[in-house]
Design a protein around this ligand. Sequence first.
Ligand code: HH2
Length: 300
Amino acid sequence: MNDASTAKAASTDAARWVVRSGEMDLGRPCVMGILNVTPDSFSDGGLYVEPGAAARRARAMVEAGADLVDVGGESTRPGAEAVDPDEEWSRIGPVLERLEDLGVPVSVDTTRPEVARRALTAGASVLNDVSGLRTAPELAELAAEHGAGLVVMHMRGTPRTMQDDVVYDDLVGEVRAFLERAVDRAVDRGCRPEQVVVDPGVGFGKSVHGNLVLLRNSGAFAVRGRPVLVGPSRKSFIGGVLDLPVDERLEGTLAACVTAFVHGARVFRVHDVRQTRRALDLAAAVEGATRDASRAEPAG
Ligand code: HH2
């Protein structure tokens, strides 16, 4: 098998993701819309700090084809300082209240158990932990207790320090080993494997080239048969390759998502939901057509 077919084989078992409010079918690429309710996120900081504006943005993303919405109250951009948990909750809580009838699962991007607990009580279905259970392994217990989905992401260090050292002896091997440990830790703490999704952490302590390597090897991260999420949206490696500012990285984001999908990723965390939905649906149709190549159809 070549690289691409290995990636596909690894990802076929990974078609189920159990989240609290049901089961996501990852047979179709899954789009996670980003909703940052922060003053300082790198691309949408300050736009949705008012809870009404945030709720409108969430509904617009669902209408545009989001399968779930990820709400974050703390920026994790390189160099970002940590915020106090009460401050983080004061940003997220009023938004979650308004999303009870959103119609798709709500994920909360936090590394703090006290914030996660309150979010789950307020109806969140997924915990998105960018520390990969290093900061607070209790997050796995909370996910287990509530039957919530859990995203475990690779990052070395913290957002404040992660770009200080972006050299790895074996990037893919190190990220894989980290994610294996994170899935095992989640299971040891009571999660069913089906609740867990893994993420190689695009933009978190990697060089421009390192990020490209992660995307090219997306399928290799499907450790323990778990589905792979990638979050390339508008990130600086796109600017690094195309020499474009953050507000001109849509095409780069779409290309990153489509290539990651072809190489085995199944969940895509993005700002531009409608465009990503269309690009991935077309990519999935092309991939499906490859498998059915012998079927005779009129030309079109
Ligand atoms: N990226 C960011 C935040 N959370 N979670 C996962 N699982 N994967 C990611 O790649 C990821 C993430 C950073 O992007 P963004 O939320 O747009 O910016 P900021 O951290 O500045 O709020």
